[in-house]
Write a protein of this length. Sequence first.
Length: 143
Amino acid sequence: MIGPGTGIAPFRGFLHERAASGATGPNWLFFGDQHAASDFIYREELEAMQASGVLTRLDLAFSRDQVEKVYVQTRMREQGAELYSWLEQGGYLYVCGDATRMAKDVEHALHEIVQAHRGCSEAEADEYIAALKREKRYVRDVY
């Protein structure tokens, strides 16, 4: 799940449903915003979900808390091998949030990750991602 800023909303619902139903299986959230101190919405809730095991993994990106900007796509690239492994094991990738920049940057990062960790050409990475979309394993709700 990749949901920076208010893009977190549907993923909160998803995580609450998993908790209520006792769902198992790993899940991973990439979340970020500008400043952790003021923009880490639902911090306590997300940390509690992670501590209880409802949320398997939480990677954070706060773009303005250091000199070099760090975005969710930065964290994706840093964890590219594992992210690709999750996809290869049948994982689903959901993106929610800003369509203008974030969604495009996330998709570009995904292409780079597939190319690097699949060891394939740009065209082959395009086809891999197109297949994820056809299989409804890569879904974007962007606005």
